[in-house]
Structure formats: C-alpha cells, structure tokens
Design a protein around this ligand. Sequence first.
Ligand SMILES: [Zn+2]
Length: 288
Amino acid sequence: MGAQIQDLRIDFRIRIAPAEVLERSVRCFLVLGERACVVDSGVSGSERMILEAVERAGRAPGDVTSLVLTHSHPDHMGGAAALRRATSCRVMVHGAEVRWAQEPDAQCRDRPVPGFETLVHEGVAIDRELRDAEVVPLGADDRLKVLHTPGHSPGSICLLHEATGTIFTGDAVPVPGELPIYDDALGSMGSLKRLLELKGVRRICPAWGEPAEGEAVRAMIEAGMRAISTTHELVRDELGRDPSLGREDLCRKCTLALGLPPHIAGPLLARTFEAHRRALMSGFQRLC
Ligand SMILES: [Zn+2]
C-alpha cells in the first residue's frame, strides 16, 4: 500500500510589540506509510493537533517512528519534545541545526525572534543527525530522501518522497510578498536551483503557503528565485546610493521598498538584507 500524505495548517500569533500582533501559520505533514513520519512539529502545543490527525488517520501514536525537522526554527520544532514523549519517535535534523534544536535559549540569543519564548518552550533531544543524500525509512521500498538545501538556515533540508514525487521544502522557498527570511542569499539561490533540477517531482509541500502540483511546482520555485533576485537588486541599489548605510537603516529602507509594513523591520529581516550585503561584497552584483 502506498504512503498517504496529509497536511496540517497551524495558525499562531506572535506579539511583536505590546499592541502589535502578527498572524502567522506554518504547515506540518504526516507521511503515513508502513511507518508514520511527521515532517516538522509546529509551535509549542501543535503536538495536540498532530496527534489528533494521527488518530483520525486510524493510526496509533506508537506508529509514528520518526519526526524530521526541516530546520530548527521555533515554528518548526515547538511541538517536537512533546511529540517525542507521546510517540517515542526518533527526532532527526541536519547536523548543522542540532545545537539550536537542543538548546533553544542559545538559538534565541543567536537569532532573536519576537515572541520566541511563546513559540518554543523546550529543546528536543536529537536521535539522528541527517546529512545530504541520506534516507529516512518508511517501510519496504518507501523512504524520504534528504536534500541539504542551506540558505534559509545553515542546515535546512528538503525531503523527497520518491514514491509519490512529493518534495517537502520547509522554509527553503521564499514566497513573494511575504517576509524574505534567509541567512545566506547565495546559498538560498543555489538550493532553489538544485530543487528545480530534481527529476520526478509532482507535488511541492512548503511550510509557508499552499501545497501545489504539476506545473505549479516549478512556478513556485521560480517565484522564490525571483523574490531573492528582486531583494538583491534592492539592496544593491540602496547601497549604491549610500554605501555607508548601517544595518538598521538598510533594513528600514529595504522593508519599505518591498512594500512590507514598517513595523516588520527588525533583527530578523536585517539578517536577510545583510546576507545580500555580504553577497555584494563578495562581488555578486547579480545572483542568477
Ligand atoms: Zn524557518
């Protein structure tokens, strides 16, 4: 019997200022083969929705043998420790994300996110460190293949379920009009090029936005590449006008130029624009 894939949209709110709340959502996925695998675990408390979905699918918590985190950001690992306790699953993440997954306090210091402490309450023990091209077994002839796709974060991975031609992309594909969030602009672009070249992909399941099929898969990845290029040109133009622009001023100007609300300009977005500054300083006037 082939594996079934179910997606779960988890809505949550981040308080970014005393009177300012940001409405966000993130998707987790259940891959139900002989064994069940959960891809990402949402924010703290999401384990309840995930376990209800497992039950609705006629499976027991003990059928969940693995939780694979596409990366360690708080909206992907918030429910991980509770899910591990409830199912005894093995938790897996790329080696470059282990510290942040196990030590959220360290992550919060390294990469402050508004409302971090409401999104993740505890770290999760990592049972297996993943590397590019490794596989997560789901049953006989059924597996998820790991693709290391750095950029959004150093150890971001995508997972290819070859049996159904489904790629789980976490936050690797930027969404035009949404917040551009990545630590490495060049790395992000390279990872998207790699995704475009994959053979046999029929469905894309991102953590942001809606899953898409057929021609829309390529369109979604290409739109992500254009979003990175547009941001790069913006940063290049701003720094061309004033090469001495500091981190906060560059962030504020680029946030406005992208048509994003001014209150969004903060340390998280500043990381993205600084990633473009580094690419420019390395001589990349264009990214594709
Ligand atoms: Zn993320």
